[in-house]
Design a protein around this ligand. Structure first.
Ligand code: C2E
Ligand code: CA
Ligand code: CA
Ligand code: CA
Length: 279
């Protein structure tokens, strides 16, 4: 028992340094993955609720680690943010998505827009936004089809700076979406101040739709506000037919979720859209 204290501390330290080592290894692997372009993209279609036409799609990053298999984007994006790699990731996403969508000629009538996620950290860092701008310059004819998704936290750190940043990007034709809407603390302030084009109602609201009557009133109110502003409203994470029906009744015009379509590779998206058009 005398030895217990120091021993357990030693064990604890060893566990810590093992975790730290694992993190360092993963970081090195991520750097490698960016360099080798062994990251990939999937696309999740979004739909107009009445009618079912495709209204756009969201691009999501995927990383298959050679030993550890699929790693959740939440996990490696956080790692990238902490180690100055996020800009390289976003550049890859923008470049590859533009390449994919133009080489299959998908943008336009069939696919009105494509949404790319921008990390909060990035949105609030002028140097990183300059790096993004360089990537956008290379894609300039596609910018009117491009939408950037930012979270509430991102846009709220400095509201004035955000307004200017959004205005500058919107001049180039880009659209803006507020992701995970309703989970932050100042959702209404954002609606009031920011020149946005879309809100995405967070999955948590959709999940509770059938369980908690208040949620219905919230979704109705958000849909009504969005309508009043002339912006789109997308429900995220729609998994059941009941949710979809309820959303329609609430006046929510667009939806995304496993019920409607899973995230898929570019080739799958092409055949998905062909099927969609032939029905
Ligand atoms: P998010 O932006 O909120 O993306 C939506 C997430 O919900 C995606 O998870 C998507 O696969 C998942 N999803 C879609 N439909 C359903 C559904 O019906 N039910 C459920 N339970 N989930 C659904 P994913 O791909 O694992 O991404 C997780 C998060 O990682 C994203 O959340 C986003 O914050 C981040 N992320 C993914 N790709 C990128 C990227 O390219 N850049 C940045 N900065 N972040 C990304
Ligand atoms: Ca998103
Ligand atoms: Ca979201
Ligand atoms: Ca999210």
């Amino acid at each position: 028992a005398r030895e217990e204290g120091p021993d357990s501390i030693r064990l604890f330290n060893r566990a810590l340094s093992e975790a730290e080592q694992a993190r360092q290894n993963l970081l090195a692997d991520l750097r490698q993955a960016i360099e080798n372009k062994s990251l990939s993209l999937v696309y999740q279609p979004q739909f107009h609720v009445p009618g079912g036409k495709i209204s756009g799609c969201e691009v999501l990053l995927r990383w298959r680690h050679p030993q550890q298999g699929w790693i959740s984007p939440q996990h490696f994006i956080q790692l990238a943010e902490r180690h100055n790699l996020i800009s390289a990731l976003t550049a890859f996403v923008v470049r590859q998505a533009c390449l994919d969508l133009t080489s299959y000629n998908l943008l336009g009538q069939g696919l009105p827009r494509v949404s790319v996620n921008i990390s909060a950290l990035e949105f609030n860092n002028p140097a990183l936004m300059d790096a993004l701008q360089l990537e956008l310059d290379k894609a300039s004819p596609l910018l009117p089809y491009l939408q950037l998704e930012i979270t509430e936290t991102a846009a709220l750190t400095d509201l004035k700076a955000s307004v200017m940043q959004l205005a500058r990007l919107k001049q180039q034709g880009l659209r803006f979406s507020i992701d995970d809407f309703g989970t932050g603390y100042s959702s209404l302030m954002m609606l009031k101040e920011l020149p946005i084009d879309e809100v995405k109602i967070d999955r948590a609201f959709i999940r509770d739709l059938m369980k908690q009557p208040r949620t219905i009133a919230i979704v109705e109110a958000v849909a009504a506000m969005a309508k009043g502003f002339g912006i789109s409203v997308v429900a995220e994470g729609v998994e059941t037919q009941e949710q979809l029906q309820c959303l329609t009744a609430c006046g929510c015009q667009e939806a995304q979720g496993y019920l409607l379509a899973m995230p898929m590779g570019i080739e799958e998206l092409v055949s998905f859209m062909q099927k969609q058009q032939s029905v």
